[in-house]
Design a protein around this ligand. Structure first.
Ligand SMILES: C[S@@+](CC[C@H](N)C(=O)[O-])C[C@H]1O[C@@H](n2cnc3c(N)ncnc32)[C@H](O)[C@@H]1O
Ligand SMILES: Nc1nc2[nH]cc(C(=O)O)c2c(=O)[nH]1
Ligand code: SF4
Ligand SMILES: [Mg+2]
Length: 208
């Protein structure tokens, strides 16, 4: 996948899956939300929990009008755009259409591709494998750092210094390392209470 995808204004986007569930992570954890998972990612996190999303060509192209109609058919008021890396796509048309249909627009992003779209909530989850752009740090409403080993705490602080003062700060254990990392996160949050522990609750309660 390359930057070729980034600037194409299109009326359709590759959709790997979409589902109505509860937001399992971050400030909106527990809220009903309709997730739209776009195909394509050029970041390549070794521990990514959705590697099937990486190749955009493996996912069907869906018209934005159809994406929005399906999203708006649910009673929830939040649409979460995730991926893959959703900012590999130009998202102005999708987000405008979702907002015109009465939905809040939230994004889950690594911030490593240029920002597009109109957002009510931006979750920035920076990655070592492809660093976020400063424009993503400037715009983030919450910073969610995945903790894979103990050196990741210092790395998280580097990004906490780059986001806005009111940006919410979350530390999320990498799923396969959760047993080892969660106790370290608990100790870290107790010593540094500006941070909050974030568990992926959907994986504990077995919802998508
Ligand atoms: C699959 S990513 C898709 C959105 C975007 N590419 C990103 O990384 O933010 C959605 C969220 O899941 C997190 N994530 C992915 N794999 C994970 C894992 N194995 N354990 C914990 N969090 C994970 C990411 O950091 C991100 O916050
Ligand atoms: N329930 C639920 N909450 C989530 N929050 C972020 C997710 C993502 O994969 O982007 C996700 C997801 O896949 N499922
Ligand atoms: S940036 Fe997101 S989708 Fe891409 S590999 Fe990393 S966690 Fe997976
Ligand atoms: Mg997920």
């Amino acid at each position: 996948m390359s930057a070729v995808l980034t600037n194409i204004k299109s009326t359709a986007l590759p959709v790997m899956e979409s589902f109505y569930t509860i937001q399992g992570e971050g400030f909106y954890q527990g809220h009903a939300a309709y997730f739209i998972r776009l195909g394509g990612c050029d970041v390549g996190c070794v521990w990514c929990d959705v590697k099937e999303s990486w190749d955009a060509s493996k996912h069907p192209s869906v018209e934005i009008a159809d994406i929005v109609t399906t999203a708006a058919a649910n009673p929830g008021h939040i649409a979460v755009i995730t991926g893959g890396e959703p900012l590999m796509h130009q998202l102005d048309e999708l987000t405008t259409a979702l907002q015109n249909a009465g939905l809040r627009t939230h994004i889950e992003t690594s911030g490593s591709s240029p920002l597009s779209g109109k957002w009510d909530w931006i979750t920035l989850s920076p990655k070592k494998f492809k660093a976020p752009l400063q424009e993503a740090c400037d715009a983030a409403n919450e910073l969610k750092v995945v903790i894979y080993n103990k050196t990741d705490f210092a790395w998280a602080e580097k990004y906490a210094a780059l986001v806005k003062p009111d940006c919410k700060l979350y530390l999320q254990p990498e799923w396969s390392k959760s047993a080892a990392m969660t106790p370290l996160i608990i100790d870290y949050v107790k010593a540094n209470p500006q941070w909050t522990l974030c568990l992926q609750i959907h994986k504990y309660i077995n919802v998508p």
